[in-house]
Write a protein that binds this ligand. Structure first.
Ligand code: MG
Length: 372
């Protein structure tokens, strides 16, 4: 079978399976640097593969999600968070008959721009770069995939499809807000939130930052706990916790699907154009669950993200990044060649920001201690 025949089979498969409001590969706006179609992979599959093979993606394994590496081996890293988001989002996407390949590519890239030490690192870099446009992990993800990755001889970055770039642009709030993003993009945002709500509660309990009883004050968690305990009476604490997390994800996913189907029906959406011109986002939880999620998130914000142990780690990380930013500003010749050259194009502060943002947690602390 030749390449054209394969690519026809691919569009046949999509037109049979995908909903009319899904993003079909054959309607893609393509890439900045045009490339021939691949004989047996669709455009969004190629995007996914390029992201997985990028060095920025591999480094997510050694970057903080909420809790730093030395706090233990159980909790989520930026990489495992990303994979959990992809798992939830693909489930949602398949049930809604959306483009799973596009969803997966968007998920795998969504946190690729995070600097070491998560939001602590982001805040420090934003402060260091405040006179030069600031720093934001969503915008940094675009810099990485459009510019900083250098894997291909024919173009800078990964030359991803426009739909992946525009999805990430929506996250970076750079795009127009008058148009709604594709449903595939909306699914990724929803899955991100389901993943961190459930895994941050789980990790906090494992790390001893929260006591089980504290979480029972949160209705969403309490309902899940009661559901599990009504079925199993003699679970060990770790089994109970896992079962509650599973129940929580299941409940959030089921609610999101039924609320989204309802909105799709109400708006009678039949095309991508109709999705874009809708006056509201269609993918999201029901009102009741949205308010319960907000309670859980506010609880996690106050009790976990502001926990003294977490704040202490944040401040150590912040000091290291700030000091390195100042050192490289005084001694740009110490930057690796790639970033030293970027200073000619983007200015020294941005080049330092790119270098520091690409570091893993461990590498950044090693460099700091060795006087980089
Ligand atoms: Mg995320």
């Amino acid at each position: 079978m030749n390449g054209n025949a394969m690519s026809n089979r691919f569009s046949d498969y999509e037109s049979q399976w995908l909903a009319p409001y899904a993003m079909h590969s054959q309607d893609s706006e393509g890439r900045v640097h045009s490339e021939p179609t691949h004989p047996y992979r669709g455009p969004f599959q190629r995007d996914r593969d390029r992201i997985i093979h990028s060095s920025a993606f591999r480094r997510l394994a050694h970057k903080t999600q909420v809790f730093t590496g030395e706090m233990g081996d159980y909790h989520r890293t930026r990489l495992t968070h990303t994979l959990e988001v992809a798992s939830i989002a693909r489930t949602l996407g398949r049930a809604l008959r959306l483009n799973e390949d596009l969803i997966e590519a968007l998920c795998l890239a969504h946190d690729i721009g995070h600097p070491p030490f998560g939001h602590a690192g982001e805040d420090v870099l934003d402060e260091c770069l405040k006179e030069h446009g600031g720093f934001n992990h969503n915008r940094q993800a675009l810099r990485i995939v459009e510019l900083l990755e250098s894997r291909y001889p024919d173009f800078p970055g990964l030359n991803l499809s426009q739909e992946v770039l525009s999805g990430q642009t929506t996250r970076a709030r750079r795009g127009s807000t008058s148009e709604q993003p594709l449903l595939e993009v909306q699914v990724v945002d929803a899955a991100d939130s389901i993943a961190y709500d459930s895994h941050d509660a789980d990790d906090s309990l494992e790390l001893g930052l929260l006591e089980f009883d504290q979480l029972l004050a949160v209705p969403l968690w309490r309902e899940a706990a009661e559901h599990v305990q009504s079925r199993y009476t003699a679970l060990q604490p770790a089994q109970l916790r896992s079962a509650i997390v599973h129940r929580l994800i299941e409940k959030l996913v089921s609610d999101l699907l039924s609320a989204t189907w309802e909105r799709l029906d109400e708006e009678a959406v039949q095309s991508v154009v109709a999705v874009r011109s809708c006056n509201r986002r269609l993918v999201g939880p029901s009102k009741e669950i949205a308010s319960h999620k907000a309670q859980l998130e506010s609880f996690l914000f106050n009790e976990v993200y502001r926990h003294p142990t977490v704040l202490k780690k944040r401040s150590i990380a912040g000091e290291a990044l700030q000091a390195m930013f100042e050192r490289f500003s005084s001694h740009p010749e110490k930057l690796p060649d790639k970033f030293f050259k970027r200073a000619d194009v983007d200015g020294l502060p941005r080049a330092i920001g790119d270098f520091l943002a690409g570091m893993t947690d461990r590498y950044s602390l090693d460099e700091y201690r060795r006087g980089a």
